[in-house]
Structures are given as structure tokens and as C-alpha cells.
Design a protein around this ligand. Structure first.
Ligand SMILES: Nc1ncnc2c1ncn2[C@@H]1O[C@H](COP(=O)(O)OP(=O)(O)OP(=O)(O)O)[C@@H](O)[C@H]1O
Length: 298
């Protein structure tokens, strides 16, 4: 549904995108992750026609988004990182406008406004002007405008940044429903748990390129998790050579197989007063990919 190849874009001498490539299939939610400045927003802006790349290609459902931006525009809904709503217009008006732009008329438009407002828990503020909405309501309204007209591609750039749990839950449920109905979703975030909730595949951007692409299981496989323990002083101390760090009285022991590591510590006579297992997260993934790149470059 979305295919981008070899995108390059520089601002002055600094490349924002440096051979960026990404494909997202219909029905797939692809989580685009990466440190600040990795090029995620630049990529979204290129797909939406806000920024022109220096070279490369982008197609949406086979339509060349760089040569035919107007035709491509009908195929996606976008929720940009900065909310962009008309302050004086009501939530209903914003949704009607985006529905009309997506080709909906009369009853179909009316139904889509009601359905999308309900999905994003906006029914109670349909007649409120955007300028008077809370931050969470504004985020939900922005996301709702992207969903109007059921576009085959959704581009959501950090849609839950700063959102309260109610906003996040509503948004994630709406995104899941649209993907289940066949939409391709590009979802930019800094929160791995959201991508787990969405059952998303991952694309990791770094320095203007996608350096890893796959399912969470594929990308996180083999990364160490961590055992976090408070030891009972009546038991044995950690065996010599255990690579632990102590933080506010809690010992942190990196472990590829936390259950096996815990069994080893128990066998050595340690008596944990509390145990917590931390699974590998985004930081662990970024660290391991950075280490692989350094090894490759050496
Ligand atoms: N309009 C611009 N003018 C100059 N440099 C820019 C412009 N837009 C982006 N950049 C630069 O391009 C690089 C990529 O920025 P981009 O916003 O795409 O990153 P990002 O991955 O979305 O970051 P974040 O996670 O902070 O949103 C950065 O170095 C940024 O400073």
C-alpha cells in the first residue's frame, strides 16, 4: 500500500533522509521508531507532499505520490505531530470538512462523523470549538480527521504524545479497527508498549535510514532482559562474576534467559526478598543495533 525507496533529503549539508526505504502492506500496522532526529517526521512529510525529497520514490496504492500528490492525497489520512486544527471551527465542522474532502456527502458524511466521534470519544464535544478543547480532546480530534472517509493508508505521527490513558486507549482501539478492516497504518512513536498493544511490525530509523525491519519478536529476539532483585541479607550474596549493577538498593542483573538466571542464583543460596523481570525494550534494541553498525563499520 505504501512503498518508499531510496529517499534522500538534505537541509543544507545535513541529510535528514539518507536512502530511506519502507514498505507497509494493507492491513499492517508498521511502528516507525527511532531516536529524535532519525528522520521519521521528514518521511511522513514527504509522503503527504509537505516536503519534497531530493531523490527517491514514494507510491501509495500504486499512485506516484511525488508526481501526482493530489491523486495520492485522496488515499491517505494524516495526523501530524503538531495538531493543526481550525481554532474557531467546532469538532463537528472539522470532521465534516475532512469527510467532504474524502468524498463523503449527506448521509454517508453524517454517519461517518457520528461513528468516528464515538470511536474517539468525542461525541460530547462535537459542538465545541477546537480552540476550547483540552490537549487530549485536540489530539483525538486530529486523529479523527485522519480517519474520516476510511482511507486505505493512515499516517499517524506520534498521535499519543502527551495523551492521557483515555485518549491513548481510544486511539489505539480505533487504529486496530481500521487495520483489521484493511487499512495500512504507519504509526510513529517512542513507546514500545503501544506497538505491542497494536500488534505492530517495527521499522527502526537511524540517521535517515531504516536500519531494521521485522516483527517485534524477530527484532527483540536474543536481546538481554534484566532481573531486578532485592536480596535478603540472611541468604548468600550474588555469586562472584555476576554482572550486576546496584541502583537505589535494587540489584540489576542482565540476563538473556531471566528464568534460568534466577534459578542459578537460587541454587547459589541467594534469597531474593523481591524479584522483578524487565523485558528488553526500545533502548536495548537501539543499543544492540548501534553496536552492530559499529562492528560492521570497523
Ligand atoms: N525544516 C527543516 N530545516 C532544517 N532541518 C530540518 C528540518 N526538518 C527536519 N530537519 C532535520 O532533519 C533531521 C530529521 O528530523 P525529523 O524531524 O524528521 O526527525 P524525527 O525522527 O521525526 O525526530 P523526533 O523523534 O524528534 O520527532 C533532524 O536533524 C532535523 O533537525
Amino acid at each position: 500500500m505504501l512503498e518508499a525507496h531510496e529517499l534522500r533529503k538534505s537541509y543544507g549539508r545535513s541529510p535528514a533522509l539518507d536512502g530511506f526505504g519502507l514498505t507497509v502492506a494493507a492491513g499492517e500496522i508498521a511502528g516507525l521508531i527511532g531516536h529524535n532526529g532519525a528522520g521519521k517526521t521528514t518521511f511522513v512529510e514527504i509522503v503527504t507532499g509537505l516536503t519534497r525529497p531530493d531523490s527517491g520514490s514514494v507510491t501509495v496504492a500504486g499512485v506516484d505520490a511525488l508526481r501526482r500528490p493530489r491523486a495520492a492525497r485522496r488515499l491517505f489520512g494524516v495526523a501530524p505531530q503538531e495538531t493543526a486544527l481550525y481554532a474557531a471551527a467546532t469538532v463537528r465542522d472539522q470532521l465534516r470538512l475532512h469527510g467532504a474532502l474524502a468524498g463523503l456527502r449527506r448521509r454517508a458524511l453524517h454517519r461517518a462523523v457520528a461513528r468516528t466521534a464515538e470511536e474517539l470519544r468525542l461525541t460530547g464535544c462535537l459542538d465545541t470549538r477546537a480552540g476550547l478543547l483540552s490537549g487530549g480532546q485536540r489530539r483525538r480530534t486530529q486523529a479523527a480527521t485522519a480517519l474520516m472517509g476510511d482511507p486505505p493508508l493512515l499516517l499517524l505521527d506520534e498521535p499519543t504524545a502527551g495523551a492521557d490513558p483515555e485518549t491513548r486507549d481510544a486511539l489505539l482501539a480505533a487504529v486496530r479497527a481500521r487495520a483489521a478492516a484493511g487499512a495500512a497504518v504507519l504509526y510513529t512513536t517512542h513507546y514500545l508498549p503501544e506497538l505491542t498493544d497494536l500488534d505492530a511490525t517495527l521499522a527502526v530509523a537511524r540517521a535517515g535510514r531504516v536500519i531494521a525491519r521485522g516483527t517485534r519478536a524477530e527484532l527483540l529476539r536474543g536481546l538481554p532482559g534484566e532481573l531486578r532483585l532485592v536480596l535478603d541479607p540472611a541468604g548468600a550474596p550474588l555469586p562472584a562474576g555476576t554482572p550486576a549493577r546496584s541502583y537505589e538498593g535494587v540489584l540489576r542483573v542482565p540476563a538473556r534467559d531471566p528464568a534460568a538466571e534466577l534459578a542459578r542464583l537460587l541454587a547459589a543460596g541467594c534469597r531474593p526478598a523481591s524479584v522483578d523481570v524487565r523485558r528488553p525494550g526500545l533502548d536495548d534494541l537501539y543499543r544492540s543495533l548501534a553496536a552492530k553498525e559499529t562492528t560492521r563499520a570497523a
